[in-house]
Each structure stands twice: as C-alpha cells, then as structure tokens.
Ligand binder design. Structure first.
Ligand code: MCA
Ligand code: AMP
Length: 513
C-alpha cells in the first residue's frame, strides 16, 4: 500500500464546508479545522518557539479545539503528547518529563489543570475557539495572515508519543510517525469501509490509540463526521446513534450499554434498539469481548459487534469482517497490508503461541528506551516482527482467537492496559506500606479489576480506605485497586517470588461474582 499523504493533508483537503465534528449543538467544518490549526501553528512557532522535532502536549476535552490543536502541532512538524485530566498531576508531570515537553496547549476549561502539572513549561491557551467566530464557526485566518512559516509534516516526522504500560513500572512512549498513523488509518478505513457517508458516535478517551487514531482520526481522514460526546454515557450514546452510522467501544461500554437497555421500559427499548440497529458498524476492541455480552448486544441491536485486535504499537492488526462474517470470541483476520505469524517458545511456527506482527502500521521503537525496543522485536527472514506478548490460537481458516497475555503483570481493566509493577510502586510510596503485590481479578463488566495485597508496617494504623485516599493523588481512577486486602505476608515460592496466580485466586474471594 503506497502512502503519499499524512492524516493532516487528508483532513485539510476535504471539502471545506463539510461538517467534520459535532459537539452538542455546535458543528465545525473541515475548513474551520484547517484554518484554525494554521493560525494556532503560527502562534506556536512564532510566539512560543516551537520547532520541528519538538514535543508539544495537549490537554483538551473532546471537540473541535482538540483536533485543531493536534493539527496545529503537526503543522509545526513537532510531535503531540495527549494528556488526560483523568491522570493526577503527578502522573502527567512524569509523562511531560519523560517526553521532554516544553510547551503545553490547553483549552480554557482545562487551563488550570494544565498549570498544575506544567512546572516551568509554557502553557498556551489559544484564543478564538474554532466554533466561536462569526460565519458558521470559521475563524478568519489564511496562510497570508499566519505570520510565520508553517511547513507540512513529512511522513517520517514523529506524529505522536502515546504512553503504554509494560511489565516494568515505567510507562513506555510509543513513537508513531506520520507514516504509521496514515497506514493505520488507511488499513482500518479499507477493512471497515469508512467514508464520507459515515458519522461516528465517539465516546472514547483521547489519550489512547483507540479513541485518538482508530476512532477519531480514521473517521476524519476518510472524510466522515464525528459526533463527539463529552464522556461515555449509555443514554447519550443511544441518543446519538440516531444520527450515526458507526460506534466504536471497549467491551465495558457494551456491558454498560446492555445493562442500560435491559433496564428500559418495553417501548423505550424498542426505540433504542431501532436506533442502534440502524448503525451499519459497531466495533469492539482493546480487550476481549465476553461472548455473553456480545450475544446480549445482538439481541438488542440486531448484530454481534465486530470484534478486532489492536495495540498502541500498531493500531488494529486483526478484525472480524464488516459483511456480517463474524466469529464470536475471535478477533478475525489480518487487516490489508498487515502480516501476522504465531510462534511457539522456540520461535517456530505454531497453531498456538505468541502473536507477532509486521507491516507498515507497526511502530519502530519506544521513546528513548532502546533496550525495551530491542526486546519487543525479533528479526527473522529479513522482517522485523513485533512481539505482541499476547498468546493466541490460529484456526484453520486463518481466524485468530486471543487466549490471554503472556505476562501476569499486564492487566486490562475497562480496556485500559495497566502495569501491576507500576501500581505496586505507587502503593509502596505510602509511608506505612512495607510491600504490595497487584493482580487482576476477572470481572464480566471490566474484564479484570485491579486487586492488591498489602503488607503494612508493623504498628502503623494503615487501613484500606486510608490507602485508597492516598492513591487518589497517585493514580487515575481506572488504575486504582477495587480490592485491597491487608495481609501479614505475600504468598511466595521457594525463590522468594510472589506467586501471582495464588494471590489472584485469594483476592477473587473478595470480589462479588
Ligand atoms: C470505573 N469503575 C470501575 C472501573 N472504571 N470499576 C472497576 N474497574 C474499573 N476499571 C466503576 C467506578 O468506580 C464507578 O463505580 C462506576 O464504575 C462508574 O465509574 P466511571 O468513572 O463513571 O466509569 P466510566 O467513566 O463510565 O468508565 C468506564 C469506561 C472507561 C467508559 C469504559 O473506563 C473508558 O473510557 N475506557 C476506555 C479505555 C480505552 O480507551 N482503552 C484503549 C487502550 P460506582 O458507581 O460504584 O462509583 S487500548 C488501545 O488503544 C488499543 C490500540 C486497542 O486495541 O484499542
Ligand atoms: P494497549 O497496549 O493498551 O494498546 O493494549 C493492547 C492490548 O489489548 C493487546 O496486546 C491485547 O492484550 C489487548 N486487546 C486489544 N484488543 C483485544 C481483543 N479484541 N481481545 C483481546 N485482547 C485485546
């Protein structure tokens, strides 16, 4: 698949009058996004000295200002780091330090939040939201009044740094160049037939590849329209479905939607079902979709969700088909241009083993972590294969079923990847804690919930509630343990290593089935 253009180029060349985004009653055209981003890019480079190769962070609620700011960063040929207000300031600051960010863009509503983590960095709050200018949400601006030279990004420039959790406590910045983002958008758009007639109902967080690339950028690149909801809310998704054609969600969202629909009175459920059945495509990913949830969704919305497999490092690699050929409990077949293989512990081809991926959509390395990068790839037959760390089964028809993660230290809760060692480290920062071990406990709605066994310092008054109050300043809500058990000691093997499967069974007893 030859790639010529960046996502920015695609978005900036769609018919300027066509609506790209809708937030509540406010619509924003492709033209408005292109012009506002040009003006903001000029501000970044002339006033704040942003130069090609820099990293610029964004803290913005979903909407036109977010997209305009992202495109503005790309017009300066710098890389964007999307932050979330869900993270406490301390975590945001760690990411800003790691990415070596000097300039942070924030929307007015999040400017104070941005200053809480900015330290000495410049916080830019661009004036003139793309929707508040006269003339249908178009900010008057043109290359002539831009005031500074703004170049277009090249395919090899870094577009995004997206942080993901690993098996150590330190998050890894996945370096995505424009050519990776463009290849991901193009493969997904082909597989799912996204185009200008599509309207995506968007309720995903923007600091991960699912919400940012797979949902938002893919749709806009294909010329489609995005209805951006401020947050996930089942009733709002159902209401927005009436004007949508596509919905993309994590399994927890499907679980919440199904629970919401099943509680509605009969006439309301019939109306909601009709709106959802009219969507041409509903996809599920980021974690395994329980077949029970998928089937309940099928009863309510007419079709089983199209389940697909993705990773921050590569976008979407595999998907069930959009023509109705889905295999429940599987993630389907490789996307166009994506090569996969399944290998056993010795690297030999197998029906069951680790999934490895190569192709134009796959990243090249982690930000300033050469060792982690080396460990993530294996070179074979002249190709560089990315080791996903997922154990899968390859069926005779080429369809792939995910069996689980290779490491017990990687958890998935509500679609978020969580590193057990990172949570353990946060818990150990409490002065009354001697030791802690974190595992995932199975849950139908969340996939896994975070569970911690904690050893308190003798003679201290540590309680679970006290620890959770402390963790509120250390971890995002989705990273905080839902189960905390104070124990005298952790279960260890003869080598002194914590036996996590035993611990998981122990802590599962504390979780309602
Ligand atoms: C919320 N609750 C939880 C969790 N989250 N309980 C256990 N574990 C959790 N993780 C509980 C709260 O305590 C609360 O309980 C109730 O649920 C509602 O909480 P709330 O904060 O309102 O939840 P939410 O905001 O509705 O969050 C659910 C969510 C969210 C919308 C599913 O987690 C989400 O947006 N997840 C998406 C993650 C994602 O995009 N991952 C992509 C990364 P109570 O009512 O008792 O107080 S993976 C990726 O990018 C790759 C490329 C890929 O493949 O996609
Ligand atoms: P992240 O690093 O947050 O992008 O998460 C990527 C991981 O999510 C993958 O390595 C898988 O473990 C998991 N994942 C994504 N989609 C699916 C799916 N449909 N079924 C099972 N696991 C999935």
């Amino acid at each position: 698949m030859a790639l010529v253009h960046t996502v920015l180029h695609a978005i900036a060349t769609h018919p300027p009058a066509r609506e790209a985004l809708r937030c509540g009653d406010t619509g924003t055209s492709f033209g408005a996004l292109a012009r506002t981003s040009l003006r903001w890019a000029s501000l970044l480079s002339s006033l704040h000295g942003v130069v090609p190769g820099d990293r610029v962070a964004l803290l913005a609620e979903p909407g036109a200002a977010f997209v305009a700011a992202l495109l503005a960063v790309w017009r300066t040929r710098s890389a964007a780091l999307v932050l979330t207000p869900l993270h406490p300031p301390s975590e945001r600051e760690r990411l800003l330090d790691d990415a070596d960010v000097r300039v942070l863009i924030a929307t007015p509503a999040l400017a104070d939040e941005a200053r809480r983590c900015a330290g000495e960095r410049i916080v830019v709050v661009p004036e003139g939201d793309p929707w508040d200018a006269p003339g249908g949400g178009v900010v008057a601006s043109s290359p002539a009044d831009a005031g500074a030279e703004v170049a277009l990004p090249r395919l090899d420039d870094i577009a995004l740094l997206v942080y993901t959790s690993g098996t150590t406590s330190r998050p890894k910045g996945v370096v995505l160049r424009h050519r990776h983002v463009a290849a991901q958008c193009s493969a997904i758009a082909r597989a799912w037939r996204l185009g200008p007639d599509d309207t995506l109902v968007h309720a995903l967080p923007l600091h991960h590849v699912h919400g940012l690339i797979i949902a938002l950028l893919c749709t806009l690149t294909a010329g489609g329209r995005v209805v951006a909801l401020p947050r996930f809310d089942p009733a709002a998704v159902v209401a927005a479905a009436a004007e949508g054609t596509v919905f993309m969600g994590v399994p927890t969202m499907y679980a919440r939607l199904v629970e919401h629909l099943e509680r509605l009175p009969a006439d309301a459920v019939a109306r909601a079902s009709a709106a959802l059945a009219a969507l041409r495509l509903c996809t599920s990913g980021s974690a395994a979709l329980p077949v029970t949830i998928g089937e309940r969704w099928r009863l309510l919305a007419g079709r089983y969700p199209v389940e697909r497999f993705g990773m921050t490092e590569l976008g979407v690699a595999l998907s069930n088909r959009v023509d109705g050929h889905t295999v429940p409990g599987s993630v389907g077949w490789p996307l166009p241009g994506v090569r996969i293989r399944v290998v056993d512990d010795h690297g030999a081809a197998a029906d069951e083993g680790e999934l490895q991926v190569c192709g134009a959509t796959v990243f090249e390395g982690y930000w300033r972590q050469p060792r982690a990068t080396d460990e993530a790839f294996t070179v074979d037959d002249g190709a560089r294969w990315f080791r996903t760390g997922d154990t899968v089964r390859l069926r005779d028809d080429g369809c792939v079923q995910v069996l689980g993660r290779t490491s017990v230290d990687i958890l998935k809760s509500a679609g978020y990847k969580i590193s057990a060692p990172a949570i353990e480290e946060a818990i150990r920062r409490h002065p009354d804690v001697v030791d802690a071990a974190v595992v995932g406990v199975a849950d139908e709605t969340y996939g896994q919930v975070v569970a911690a066994a904690v050893v308190a310092r003798a003679g201290t008054p540590l309680t679970s509630d006290g620890l959770l109050a402390f963790l509120a300043d250390e971890l995002a809500p989705y990273q905080r343990p839902r189960i905390v058990r104070l124990v005298a000691e952790l279960p260890r093997n003869a080598m002194g290593k914590v036996v996590k499967p035993t611990l998981a069974r122990m802590l599962a007893a504390d979780w309602p089935a």
